[in-house]
Ligand binder design. Sequence first.
Ligand SMILES: Cc1cc2nc3c(=O)[nH]c(=O)nc-3n(C[C@H](O)[C@H](O)[C@H](O)COP(=O)(O)OP(=O)(O)OC[C@H]3O[C@@H](n4cnc5c(N)ncnc54)[C@H](O)[C@@H]3O)c2cc1C
Length: 415
Amino acid sequence: MRVLREDGEDRQVRDDGGGGADVVIVGSGVVGAACAEALTRRGACVLVLDRGPLAAGTTACGEGDLLVSNKAPGPGLTLAQASLSRWPRLLAALREELGPGRAECEYEVKGGLAVATGEPEGAALCDFAAAQRAAGVDARELAPGEAAAYEPHLTPGVRAAVHYPQDAQLQPVLATTSLLAAVRARGGRIRTGVDVAGVETGRDGRAVGVRTSEGRIPCGAVVNACGPWAGEFAAAAGAPLPVLPRRGTVLVTAPLPHGTVRHKVYDAGYADTARSADPGLQVSAVVEATQAGTVLIGSSRQRCGFDGTLRAGVLRALARGAAQLFPVLGGVPVMRAYGGFRPYTPDHLPVVGEDPRRPGLWHATGHEGAGIGLAAATGELLAELWAGEPPHLDPEPFRVQRFAAARFGRENGWH
Ligand SMILES: Cc1cc2nc3c(=O)[nH]c(=O)nc-3n(C[C@H](O)[C@H](O)[C@H](O)COP(=O)(O)OP(=O)(O)OC[C@H]3O[C@@H](n4cnc5c(N)ncnc54)[C@H](O)[C@@H]3O)c2cc1C
């Protein structure tokens, strides 16, 4: 394949049989899939590569919440609001395109409920909600005792509660495979079991292909959608990125009677633990049911590299927090526990856009605990920037250049 550069000069990249593409997307998680969907909608010839099975990375570990409730006003909330409104329109468009029975992803606007059992936490929760309301979030403070009408099994010790009717949920693997089904239907290619080791560059340093376990594949652009492995991939591509794994563990109960837990319910400390930079273990109580009746109990956060050990202390802390919020959960059977690695960045914002150190290399990663929620707007933003369209939201806060000023930038020779 002949790859045409922006300056008009072209360069032959040996094609070892992979077949070239306008854009190679590395990673078939929800973020890579959303980018592939948005790019193919614009006519791009796309190849998605993953070293594992489809959507089997962090995406397979997520509860699938699409939340605005835990976001403080700022660019992260703006992206979450854009994505929250985009997901149902995107799923409807996919259903229309793919036909009946497709793109059914258990999408549900179930609402979120943030609760505090202490007075100071309650005051902080209400202040946080007031700031969110000013930023356009529907955040409704409940009167004392009103929370029980929303969640009959909730502890009577609740002092303050805020209802977030906009919070939604979907099944992340179904959503991802639906996006990829549309990519395939439009002629895009998806290959699993292909490890991408690095990026091929032209004489000017521009990315013109990828080196894979199955040979070289030429392309016009490469998207790093490697989730928690994005830092490793970026380093191999010669453009380091401060994306690190942040471990999370979830307990899953046996199916419980319908209505035992109705919303996503979490304690007031949840937003703080999500925003914390502390590498140590952080636990806050997060409880919600799935459509199958199981109840998912989180949430833990810890920066311990890619150590996937399930630790009894973490499981105990999760179970204790959940039973404090919902005493009924103290006596129910737990079916299993699992964990995953959130793609963490130091400022808790994703990285979306082209890397000026390595033109032709794009990033769509670093969504930490919100990548499922943020994927719809992320894919759209990346495709808009790639196509030279006016972006639907300000891309500046998400540009990779923001790390240049920080210690990370200095350590990586970025001035
Ligand atoms: C316990 C837990 C609960 C969560 N709950 C939620 C939630 O409720 N809502 C929410 O929005 N978010 C949630 N998240 C976060 C969310 O799951 C992630 O932000 C999101 O899945 C990231 O998607 P991704 O596509 O960037 O990464 P991934 O899904 O990890 O996909 C990256 C892919 O890249 C592939 N890859 C990596 N390196 C290479 C390479 N060199 N060559 C080829 N392939 C490569 C991997 O195999 C992987 O499939 C949760 C996370 C955890 C751990």
